[in-house]
Design a protein around this ligand. Structure first.
Ligand code: CA
Length: 248
């Protein structure tokens, strides 16, 4: 399966080989088991503002900017975009609830994946739509020795947000690598779309409630049920990535 995935990627991008130098990690649902808190906070605030929404919607919208999500709900409910004032109010209420619910639980297996990636000699970067303050302190606390402030893409860097490739293109730039020299680890359909649109080999981990097919339809090159499964398969993936070479 790894072999087919890499061969397919190389053919699609007219490359002869991968040259792994960096892994770009999404944050919520990949490094932290936090998506259930985001979904709950969004759902409660949406209901409070009489917006049509289900819990599952927020797993489908995951990766978008707050403004993008709020406009989607306003269009669906009121057939118009939210005003600046409405956007600010709703996003603040959502962020307050998320902070209250979020317990900072790391995603099981994520620390193992990071250690494997480090042992393989690859850079580790975070690419997230999150605008939480002191994110780097939080990351350094949970995953010491892996991330640096200069090598992060957050809500403060991006204008457009996923599923647009912008965040991941910025991630490549900060890592100083080309698309075929990186991997992305993502859990959300729109995050996968963004990474694929940036031309990067994209590993999906289905840590949420959506069917696997939503991640495959978004274009994921490989799919694992969780971060533990990816950690267990990492060495196989690296061996294949460094071995497979197509004839030009
Ligand atoms: Ca995510």
């Amino acid at each position: 399966m790894i072999q087919e995935a890499i061969t397919h990627y190389l053919q699609k991008h007219s490359q002869t080989c991968l040259y792994p130098k960096a892994v770009l990690f999404d944050m919520d649902g990949v490094l932290y088991d936090s998506m259930r808190f985001h979904a709950r906070a969004w759902y409660e605030v949406a209901t409070r503002h009489h917006l049509i929404a289900s819990i599952e919607d927020f797993y489908l919208f995951e990766g978008r900017t707050g403004e993008g999500t709020i406009n989607e709900l306003f269009q669906r409910t009121f057939h118009r975009n939210a005003t600046e004032e409405e956007t600010r109010t709703i996003y603040e209420e959502k962020s307050d609830l998320f902070r209250a619910y979020n317990d900072g639980t790391p995603m099981p297996g994520a620390a193992d994946v990071l250690e494997k990636v480090k042992a393989s000699g690859l850079q580790r970067l975070v690419v997230t739509g999150s605008g939480q303050h002191s994110l780097i302190d939080k990351l350094n606390h949970t995953y010491p020795g892996h991330f640096s402030r200069e090598k992060m893409v957050t809500a403060f860097d991006v204008k457009i947000g996923k599923p647009h490739p912008e965040p991941y293109l910025m991630g490549l730039q900060k890592a100083g690598v080309k698309a075929h020299e990186a991997f992305v680890v993502e859990n959300a359909p729109m995050g996968v779309e963004a990474a694929v649109a940036a031309g990067i080999f994209t590993i999906a981990v289905n840590t949420g409630p959506l069917p696997d097919q939503t991640l495959l339809d978004a274009g994921a090159d490989l799919l694992y049920p969780d971060m533990n499964a990816l950690a267990n398969d990492w060495d196989n993936l690296m061996k294949a990535a460094r071995r497979i070479q197509l004839t030009p």
